[in-house]
Design a protein around this ligand. Structure first.
Ligand code: ADP
Length: 546
């Protein structure tokens, strides 16, 4: 019944219902590869058939069909800490509408809500060698199919049992070495070989390295591999012995061209960039910026070297999830036709909920953000007292560095009724701020793409942003002569320039309300959906011919 097979390199697995293989090929498609003695293999697992991919024979769908495996560390609604979670959810959905067959591979963290865990279906299990001393680990696969996308969760309690996806590098390095290797082994195990493997951020950056080294010659190695940089600040850097031990990768990869960095460190993101067939990042401007020392986070030279395969595509937002017309979390949902009246109602409801002075004529500025240095909060802190002039209110929602949490708490106390600081992560409150505020601040030091300005525009809330990364690519500055544009912008990272941009917004709001209202409506109808970006990803997938 059960047969034994060598599937991923260094991974012997056996399972029930294994597909038959042509003569002359080892069961995993690893013809002529030496069989590496490895792990014990546990009880054979039953593998239900993969549910059929959604029917997509409509003539208008672009041809040919492409299959893509997304590999990343978070995905809404299972687990989300930032924009990556939104992208991992929305892009696969948009790609299914572009005639793509998408499977999303994620860690099965214990913190995934039970309502999703209980619907997961067991797809199988095997043992996989990981460490340089041949230590092997259990890999379980749990599956969940939703909205035409198949989600496969890699299960292992040793690695994924903490309350948060990310804890500290000491735990995260082994966790994501395991995850990257297990994701590839799982594709071989399920015998689902995609045209493209699309990995995201440092947590999945060892996938290209494994694919072209330890997995070379296995079936999955026929796939092309793309790595997307959502944020270059986090790279998975640790000392060489630790990464060498946990990844089990051969010595020759710990070289400056691939994984080595500085004197003693290895950098997982760096290795992934070297071994990917294509690198993308989430805006054209950021793709250029990261090749400079200021934004390159130490990898600018490496990125310049690989720039021939680097592209930028801006993110979109999921317009089903973020739809002011059907948003049940808003006090008064609205569309472009009734936005001006209804936004005032939402503002009053927001002021009431947050304990601010109720007055629809106040200019309400929102800030929804991780409270970290990246987000330009030192600038906001510096000028916040200047904003409080009796006509302006500031609403902050975020968690992060203690110094920012405390300073915003301080301002709430100092300016009671005009400033509200919600130091928390709260989706519902975020929707109400997008609906009720007049403007949203995004003064980031760097911003690969940024989603909050896109959501804000879709909700008719005018963004005030710094001209960097995706903020520059998505917010066209207001031009008072031609009366066009989507928001207010400033260029250099200086507090007084931020204050100037806010004052320009306030001036328009208080002195030319009709022009302000036109901008609100322009923003609401601007196309910020995923469809356009999904089309661009699809054409990149087509460029990567097997
Ligand atoms: P980043 O990924 O750098 O954190 P993005 O702008 O790309 O920033 O994405 C942030 C996402 O997280 C948006 O969907 C935003 O609404 C959401 N978000 C950020 N902070 C909070 C919070 N405190 N409560 C609710 N949602 C938040």
């Amino acid at each position: 019944m059960a047969e034994k097979r060598s599937d991923s390199a260094g991974t012997k697995i056996k399972k029930n219902n294994a597909p038959s293989v042509p003569a002359g090929t080892s069961a995993a498609g690893t013809a002529d590869l030496p069989e590496i003695p490895v792990s014990r293999y546990e009880e054979p697992a039953s593998v239900p058939d993969t549910p059929p991919a959604p029917a997509v024979s409509e003539p208008e769908l672009p041809q040919p069909r492409r299959s893509i495996a997304f590999i990343g560390s978070e995905c809404y609604p299972f687990v989300k800490t930032g924009g990556l979670g939104d992208v991992m959810y929305a892009l696969p959905k948009a790609l299914t509408r572009q005639n793509c067959d998408v499977k999303v591979i994620l860690p099965r963290y214990r913190c995934i809500p039970w309502k999703y865990q209980e619907k997961m279906v067991y797809r199988g299990e095997f043992r996989m060698d990981l460490c340089s001393d041949g230590r092997s680990f259990y890999v379980g696969i749990m599956e969940y199919v939703w909205d035409g996308v198949v989600y496969d969760f890699i299960d292992n309690e040793d690695f994924f049992s903490s309350g948060n996806p990310y804890t500290n590098l000491i735990d995260d390095i082994p966790k994501y070495c395991f995850f990257s290797k297990a994701a590839l082994a799982a594709l071989n195990y399920m015998d689902w070989i995609p045209d493209i493997i699309h990995c995201h951020d440092w947590q999945a950056a060892l996938v290209p390295v494994y694919l072209r080294t330890l997995f070379a010659g296995t079936r999955v190695s026929s796939a092309k591999v793309m790595l997307t940089i959502h944020n270059l600040r986090f790279q998975g850097i640790y000392d060489i012995p630790t990464i060498k031990y946990w990844s089990g990768l051969p010595d020759y990869l710990f070289d400056y061209a691939v994984l080595k960095q500085g004197h003693d460190d290895a950098n997982m993101f760096k290795g992934g960039l070297a071994y990917s067939d294509m690198i993308t990042t989430v805006s054209g401007t950021y793709a250029g910026e990261i090749q400079s020392p200021f934004y390159g986070e130490g990898l600018d030279a490496h990125l310049r070297f690989h720039s021939w395969k680097l592209r930028g595509i801006v993110n979109g937002i999921d317009c089903d999830l973020w739809n002011p017309e059907k948003d049940e979390l808003l006090a008064s949902p609205y569309g472009p036709d009734d936005a001006l009246a209804k936004k005032a109602e939402n503002k009053l409801a927001l002021q009431e909920q947050l304990g601010l002075e109720r007055d629809e004529h106040k200019f309400v500025i929102g800030l929804i953000s991780r409270l970290t240095d990246q987000k330009g909060l030192d600038l906001v802190n510096f000028i916040l007292p200047e904003l409080i002039d009796g006509n302006t209110q500031v609403v902050v929602l975020g968690t992060g560095d203690v110094r920012y949490e405390n300073s915003f708490r301080y301002y709430e106390n100092a300016f009671r009724g005009s400033v509200c600081s919600s130091i928390m992560y709260d989706e519902e409150r975020a929707h109400r701020i997008y609906g009720g505020a007049d403007a949203l601040l995004v003064p980031s030091l760097f911003e690969p793409c940024g989603l909050t300005q896109l959501i804000a525009m879709h909700y008719g809330t005018v963004p005030i942003v710094r001209e960097t990364g995706g903020l520059k690519d998505t917010v066209q500055p207001y031009n008072e002569y031609s009366n066009d544009g989507n928001g207010f912008t400033f260029d250099r990272y200086e507090a007084w320039l931020l204050l100037d941009a806010i004052n320009r917004a306030k001036t328009l709001y208080f002195t030319s309300r009709d022009r302000w209202n036109e901008m609100v409506l322009r923003d609401m109808v601007k196309d910020v959906s995923w469809e356009n970006s999904a089309r661009q990803y699809r054409s990149l997938y087509l460029e990567l011919k097997p």
